[in-house]
Design a protein around this ligand. Structure first.
Ligand SMILES: O=C(O)c1cc(=O)[nH]c(=O)n1[C@@H]1O[C@H](COP(=O)(O)O)[C@@H](O)[C@H]1O
Length: 275
């Protein structure tokens, strides 16, 4: 974030987008799309976030392509957040953690998205492995979709919201890093489209001490203004994330880079207005 500005760009090869680039919607078309993204975004942004589903849809060959995308980003020196939204009982979570964050796993990524709806504590194997390996997890807290609120705003017996439990868990895991003046390994996903939810639920994202991945910029309506509204004082921790809006500038590498630089400048100005 310090070196490249805060922007995260998603690689989401939707059928419509792939075809809008004049490519066939096939493994070959998606390969061309994804490798063009690697070329355009590598070295340009804080991180790139491939969405696993768009690769998994092509079976094992799609997963092999995803691994090539990850390797290409690694070669370019660009951090990868793999959007896989995993979450399961602890014993199974151990295997998911090894699969994506394992120390000696050649296909490990820098971070993954995880889902806390089996209980924040069920994520412990991934949280601990991330801490050991210096990798990261981004835990869903307040998602960008309108359906998320019915679960995430719900309050438990103690009066704390589900999102509040997630924020508290992450704050505890990040405490040591926060004391050292660093961002911790546990990030949160907080959508750019959620309006005043952070204030309404009385959440302290600034003290949570980890990075805040903010999807929903662009195609879902999130803007610099809405990021300011959602995050306030926590803006310096925010990685605004955009997929379709940037990707629709393709297929030319140059046009994709221009789109990234344009959006990146807006986001940099948002986080550090005095620059
Ligand atoms: O975890 C995510 O990345 C995510 C969380 C969330 O709350 N909302 C959300 O849209 N996402 C992902 O972010 C991307 C958004 O894409 P665009 O709407 O095209 O920018 C998709 O890959 C979603 O799966």
């Amino acid at each position: 974030m310090d070196a490249h500005g805060p922007l995260c760009v998603g690689i989401d090869p939707h059928q419509q987008l792939v075809e809008s680039w004049g490519l066939p919607y096939s493994l070959q078309g998606v390969e061309r799309f994804a490798l063009t993204c690697v070329e355009a975004f590598g070295g340009e942004v804080a991180c790139v976030k491939p969405q696993s589903a768009f690769f998994e849809v092509f079976g094992s060959r799609g997963v092999a392509l995803l691994e090539r995308v990850q390797a290409g980003l690694r070669e370019a020196g660009t951090l990868t957040i793999l959007d896989v939204k995993r979450g399961d009982i602890g014993s199974t979570m151990t295997a998911y953690a090894e699969a994506f964050l394992g120390q000696d796993n050649p296909d490990a990524v820098d971070a993954i998205t995880v889902s806390p709806y089996l209980g924040y504590g069920s994520l412990r194997p991934a949280l601990d492995l991330a801490a050991t390996t210096g990798r990261g997890v981004f835990v869903l807290a307040l998602t960008s979709n309108p359906e998320g609120a019915s679960v995430q705003h719900a309050r438990g017996a103690g009066g704390r919201s589900v999102a509040g439990e997630v924020v508290a868990g992450a704050a505890e895991d990040n405490a040591a890093a926060r004391r050292a003046g660093d961002l911790g390994n546990v990030g949160l996903v907080v959508g750019a489209t959620i309006g005043d939810a952070v204030q309404d639920l009385d959440l302290d994202l600034r003290s949570m001490g980890g990075p805040l991945l903010a999807p929903g910029v662009g195609a879902q309506g999130g803007t610099a203004e809405s990021l300011r509204q959602v995050f306030g004082a926590a803006l310096p921790q925010v990685l605004p994330s955009s997929s379709r809006e940037v990707l629709s500038a393709g297929p030319e590498v140059r046009a994709l880079r221009e789109a990234v630089r344009r959006t990146g400048q807006q986001m940099r100005a948002l986080v550090a207005p005095s620059d």
